[in-house]
Design a protein around this ligand. Structure first.
Ligand SMILES: [Zn+2]
Length: 197
């Protein structure tokens, strides 16, 4: 049984069917959208996927965002594919929320079922399910693609970690906490240890 949903670009269907790595998926998204540098324009990417975006004051301020990919119009929005983000959040948090919802669209949405989520701030990593953790990891990869992080490190001579994280947060429009976690993922601290040894 199929349900009628708004159109999806072929390359997204291709990524969904091949289940490529997060790194490869991000490289593909950047290439398809002609993006070569940070900050990554997540709003433009979401729009290119057919999303309508709204900034909303939620009754529950713990909600970071709401996302739907549906066969019917979603209330109170008059569209089928929507991301609504919390108007009270910082720019870095808004960016991460949009990237998180993009991740669900690539990784967890499909043509047969409707997808709806309310994404909350207050859970820590241990409390989240696999799907949420996956979306967060993909979001970090999308906002801070490995090749752009390595390029940034090459071009940023800096003596202390605080300054490096400040610059990275500014460049990629992410929190310093997210930047630090990403530096761990790309092996930056391991390399630093090797250099000192
Ligand atoms: Zn989620």
């Amino acid at each position: 049984m199929t349900i009628s949903k708004d159109e999806i670009k072929d390359y997204i269907l291709d990524m969904r069917s091949r289940r490529c790595s997060f790194k490869d998926a991000v490289i593909r998204i950047l290439k398809e959208n002609g993006i070569t540098q940070a900050p990554i324009p997540v709003i433009e990417i979401a729009k290119s996927f057919g999303f309508e975006l709204y900034t909303v004051t939620f009754k529950d301020n713990q909600i970071a965002g709401v996302m739907a990919d549906s066969s019917k119009n979603v209330k109170p929005f008059n569209c089928k594919r929507v991301i609504a983000i919390n108007a009270n959040d910082y720019a870095t948090r808004k960016n991460f929320t949009i990237a998180h919802e993009i991740a669900h669209f690539v990784l967890h949405c499909n043509q047969k079922e409707n997808f709806y989520e309310r994404y909350k701030h207050d859970l820590d990593r241990g409390q989240r399910g696999d799907i949420e953790n996956e979306a967060n990891r993909f979001a970090a990869e999308l906002l801070m693609p490995e090749h752009l992080v390595l390029e940034f490190l090459d071009n940023t001579p800096t003596q202390n970690e605080y300054e490096l994280l400040e610059r990275m947060a500014y460049k990629f429009i992410v929190s310093k906490k997210a930047a630090k976690r990403r530096l761990e993922e790309v092996g930056y601290y391991e390399k630093m240890k090797e250099c000192k040894a």
